[in-house]
Design a protein around this ligand. Structure first.
Ligand code: ZN
Ligand code: ZN
Length: 149
């Protein structure tokens, strides 16, 4: 089932294909302008909205409230996001991939894509937290320095 796309939709889709990474509408707008494609930000948003409804692109909303757009099902990847430093690690496996076909059958629901994200502390931040605990313990019995002087 192929629907005809407007020129701006095609441009936006092409740009997302080129960028290969989740991009905000504002950044897309900047990239398009650099390519001398004249398109207002409102048009970019409209194109993104239509492409989203069509299932061609997917949206990921960050904790900051910013929405990042990428090609749907281009890759089935998921993120482990650290709440402390904000770093995201990509998981290369998808734990719910098989669930899609099951849901399609049992709910008669046409699935375009899914999102799944895990939040917690990355290893670096876990170690940093351990260190700060140790430091506070050392502070309380730090009388060795005076004896050594
Ligand atoms: Zn971290
Ligand atoms: Zn997945």
């Amino acid at each position: 089932m192929k629907r005809s796309r407007t020129r701006s939709q095609t441009q936006v889709l092409k740009q997302l294909q080129t960028l290969k990474e989740p991009t905000s509408a504002q950044d897309l707008h900047i990239h398009l302008r650099q390519k001398k494609v004249s398109m207002g930000l409102a048009t970019v948003y409209r194109a993104l909205e239509s492409l989203k409804l069509e299932g061609a692109i997917q949206v990921r909303t960050l904790s900051s409230g910013e929405s990042l757009y990428s090609l749907a099902a281009a890759e089935d990847t998921h993120h482990l996001t650290c709440v402390r430093c904000g770093n995201s690690t990509i998981m290369d496996e998808c734990p719910v991939h098989g669930l899609e076909s099951h849901l399609t059958e049992s709910h008669h629901f046409q699935i375009f894509y899914h999102t799944l994200e895990f939040f917690g502390l990355c290893q670096t931040c876990q170690l940093a937290e351990d260190d700060s605990l140790k430091d506070s313990r050392n502070d309380s019995r730090d009388d060795s320095r005076t004896a050594a002087g």
